[in-house]
Structures are given as C-alpha cells and as structure tokens.
Design a protein around this ligand. Structure first.
Ligand code: 4AD
Ligand code: MG
Length: 504
C-alpha cells in the first residue's frame, strides 16, 4: 500500500509504512506528515481513538523516524494529496530524534555533504521524479522510432572530445581513459544497425567549479546512418519536444512542488529556430535583433531595473529593522517582520548576483571574437532572447571536434550543431554530421595531435561501406537542470561528482 494510491481507498482501512517528514502537536492530537517515497500525506493520531501507548509514541516521533501505521482514509481537499489518514494503531520501527537536516534553511555545502539524506526532502524528491520521467521518455521515444539501444565501453583507448579533460586510469598496466563520449563506438554500431542510441555514464575532468559542469554525467547519444545535418536537427527537435511533453503531461505535481513556471516548457513545443554560427554571433554582439530586442541594450535595461530593485529592497529592509528596534511592537508583529526581512535578504542576494553578472555578460558579448567557440556567458546572452531552445549550426571547423563533416559549400565551417536551452541555460546538446572522407579525417587527427594508430579501427568505418551519417549527444543533467529551472547542475543527479566533490 503506497500513499500515491490513497484515492482508491477512501473510507477504507489501510496500512502505511514510511518516515516522519513533519510532526505537529495540538491538544489531544498529533499530526504526522508521513512520506513513503511515493508521496506525502497527513496522518492524525487522536488521543481518544488510539491506545495511550500509541498516542505517547506518536508525540515522541522526531523527523525521519520510521513507522508503520493502520488507519482510515478520509477525503480532505485541504491536505497535500487530498487525503488524510485517521490513525487507529501505530508501530514504531525506529525512533529518531537528531535528524541533521532540520526545517531551517541550510547552506548548500551542508546539504551537499548530507546528500544521502537531502534526497529525502520534498524538492529533491520532485526533481528526481522528473529526472526519472525524462529517462523513461527518452527510451520511449527512441524505441518507438526504431532505434536499438546499445552500450559503448567506459574504458577507452581513444579521446573523442579532445585531450584536455580526460580521466586517465590504469588498465592492466596500460593507460586507459574513462569515456568522454560513446560516439565513435556509436558510429560503428550505426553502420551495423542503422539507428542506435547509447545511454551511459560519461566522464570529463573539468577542474573548475561552474554551475554547468559535472565530472561524471549521463549522456544519450543517438547515431543514424544516412542522416545529414538537417535530418539530425529535425530529429533533435522532435525528440526534445517529445520529452518535454511527457514531463508536462505526467509531472504536474512535481513541477508545481518545485514552483517551475511551465510557460517556457509549453512554448518550447513550437519550432526551434535554426541559426548559423554567423547569425548567432551577430545576435550576441548586438548587431542583429531578435523580434525587435537587442542583446546588449536589453541587458543594460535589465541592469538598470535590477539596480532600482536593489535600492527598493534595501530601503524596505532598513524600514522594517527600524520598526522592530523601536519600542512597543508586539511579539507576533516582530516575528512577521523578521520573516519578511529574511525573505527580502535572500531576494537581495539574488539581485546582487545579477548586478555582478550582467555587466560581465555585456562585456563578453561586446568583445566576442568572431571564430571563437561560444562561452557560457555568450550562451546566456543569446538564450535569454528566446522562449524556445535554439539550434546553432555550421561552426568554424577549428573550434569543433575532429570528426565533424565540412560544409560542402563552404569549407570554413564544420557541420556541428549545438542546442541551447532558453532562460540563459545554454548548451544541452552537441552533435553534427560526421566526416566521411578518410583523408580529411586523417588530416584532422594529425592536426589535433591524436595518436593515429588508435584510430585505425574508426577509419575502417570510412573504408568499408562509408555512408553519410549524423548523431548527437544530450547531457541528461543539463536537460534536467533546465526543465526544473535549477540554479546548479549538482541538484539534477542523485550523487554528483564534480571538482571538489567525491563524497557522499
Ligand atoms: O558537446 P559534447 O562534448 O559532444 C559530444 O560529446 C559528442 N561526441 C556527442 C555526439 O555527437 N554523440 O557533449 C554533449 C553534451 C553537451 O551538450 C552537454 O549537454 C553534455 O553533453 N555535457 C556535460 N554535462 C555535464 N557536465 C559536463 N562536464 C558536460 N560536458 C558535456
Ligand atoms: Mg559541446
């Protein structure tokens, strides 16, 4: 019996097993918020209706105590989940009285140190449920489309995405790398099965702390024989829209719980704009507007707004603090004002962060050098102008991976495509059409200073039945982060691995 199914047991007696998420006492009554992993519901212990022993035990339950209870399911629209359980008997599996994550606000470092417990909180619960729905939707989409799921090795002998962020390990005395991408193997598998996808752990040594980078993440990499860059973009669009729709259809409760405004997710069901690198650069530098909005001017206006707000919030904090300090204020009113001040201060912190960030974005957008890769702040600048993911394709070949095909009409560009999520999130997908010409690949492998011998097996694919093909890689955590509108990618995976974080 799980809490998510209570609606089917109205008026009936049920047994629930779970953990105490909250407890509140009032005379003769104990209110327990019970969570069992499937949901949360309020369970009421009434001194007149249960044994004295059970009632006393109920009153002693600390956060995360484990219990089993019997009770009657009553409809109550005011309660979370719409039902309440009137307890008839209660068995304590374990009393807990010192659960470290109390109700009060904790700093993020403390919460990360206690990630094994933090996962139990409502917000983390909702995020992981959404992640689960996304994973299921990904498989559903590709299976429906006739793709075969295949797995690429984790120990690899080749670098796929450059040599700067490889994790080297010892493989029976020889160096091996943890996979940066399953793509090269995906290409081999696509030549055998037509359309395949891999879904596996991926490793990048990123010795910097950003809100977008993990050292270990999960990547979905479809690879399709006989696809060009445009068909690849069509597939990316229908794939992402399928996943977004599944989440909107089946995660309403979770999205509400994390207070995700779903407007942008809804608007992302329309066509994704496809911009060439050249167009994207013009937009970032403010040389080209998007629907009448200029990147630089809109950032400057926003900065002015943020500064005005900082001024307003600061004076409200000062006023309330002065009122509290003055004599004569009632206790309840003091409490009310103190809570209000705490909220205002956290708003202020966010505004000040924007006040620091926006000028940096403006600077880097103005100074963007044509020919460079887009940096995190450039992606932020451009994606804030759209209410839908955008696809940027045809990149200067020098900044992209060795395996990308050159545009046959303009050899300056490689047929790569990045999908950038709106609201400032930036890259969630990287992919493209693959080079089919063996000599071009050899030249690139040499140019990238990669060991040719290790790539001979890959070059076989260009010698035996080489056909046009394309594919892409979606970073699961980047997608979860955007869809849940998280501030940092670390909350999108159960146990993040990143620079400075190996435990728990
Ligand atoms: O753009 P990337 O490096 O592309 C590839 O690896 C290709 N071989 C994929 C392919 O075409 N089959 O990585 C793909 C995606 C990025 O767009 C991003 O979403 C995610 O993987 N990603 C990361 N996510 C979290 N932390 C990191 N350090 C990431 N690096 C890449
Ligand atoms: Mg990329």
């Amino acid at each position: 019996m799980y809490i998510k199914d209570l609606h089917a047991f109205e008026g009936k007696e049920v047994t629930l097993k779970g953990w105490v998420a909250n407890r509140r006492d009032s005379k003769g009554l104990v209110f327990i918020n019970l969570r069992d992993g499937s949901g949360v519901c309020q369970c009421v212990a009434d001194a007149n209706k249960i044994s004295e022993e059970d009632f006393n035990n109920a009153g002693k339950l600390g956060l995360e105590s484990a219990i089993e209870l019997n009770g009657t399911v009553l409809k109550d629209d005011r309660q979370i989940g719409g039902y309440e359980v009137q307890i008839s008997s209660l068995k304590v599996i374990q009393f807990v009285d010192n659960y470290p994550i109390a109700k009060k606000e904790h700093g993020v470092d403390f919460l990360m140190d206690n990630r094994h417990l933090w996962l139990r909180s409502q917000r983390q619960w909702a995020i992981m449920r959404i992640r689960n729905t996304i994973i299921f939707a990904i498989h559903k989409f590709f299976q429906q489309e006739g793709f075969v799921q295949m797995d690429a090795p984790v120990f690899t002998g080749n670098a796929c995405e450059g040599t700067t962020n490889l994790f080297e390990t010892d493989f029976y005395g020889d160096p091996a790398y943890l996979s940066q991408s399953g793509q090269l193997y995906g290409e081999a598998m696509a030549m055998a099965f037509g359309k395949i996808y891999t879904f596996g752990p991926t490793f990048r040594a990123e010795k910097s702390k950003t809100r977008r980078h993990l050292s270990e993440f999960w990547m979905i990499e479809p690879e399709m024989a006989f696809y060009d860059i445009h068909q690849n973009m069509d597939l990316i669009e229908s794939f992402l829209q399928f996943v977004i729709k599944e989440v909107l259809d089946s995660c309403q409760k979770e999205l509400t719980l994390i207070e995700r405004d779903t407007t942008i997710l809804q608007s992302s069901l329309k066509k994704f704009p496809r911009l060439t690198y050249d167009e994207a650069v013009a937009i970032i530098k403010g040389e080209k507007d998007v629907n009448g909005v200029n990147s630089i001017r809109s950032l400057e206006e926003e900065l002015a707004k943020v500064e005005a707000e900082i001024h307003a919030v600061t004076s409200e904090i000062n006023e309330r603090e002065a009122k509290i300090a003055a004599p004569g204020m009632k206790k309840g009113e003091i409490n009310f004002n103190q809570n209000k001040i705490a909220t205002l201060k956290s708003d202020l912190k966010e505004l000040e962060e924007q006040q620091r960030n926006i000028p940096q974005w403006i600077e880097s957008a103005k100074n963007f050098r044509y020919g460079n890769d887009l940096g995190g702040s450039d992606e932020t600048v451009i994606t804030r102008l759209f209410d839908v993911p955008i696809m940027v394709y045809d990149w200067p070949h020098e900044v992209k991976a060795f395996y990308l095909k050159r545009n046959p009409d303009d050899a300056r560009f490689a047929r790569g495509v990045d999908v950038l999520a709106p609201e400032g999130y930036g890259e969630i997908v990287g992919g493209g059409e693959r080079e089919t010409n063996e000599q071009m690949l050899r030249d690139k492998i040499t140019e990238h200073e990669l060991p040719m011998a290790d790539f001979e097996w890959y070059l076989d694919l260009r010698r035996f039945g080489s056909v046009p093909h394309a594919g892409f890689g979606l970073g699961l955590e980047r997608l979860v982060t955007w869809m849940c509108k998280l501030k940092h990618v670390r909350e999108s995976i159960p146990f993040p691995r990143m620079y400075g974080r190996l435990l728990p």
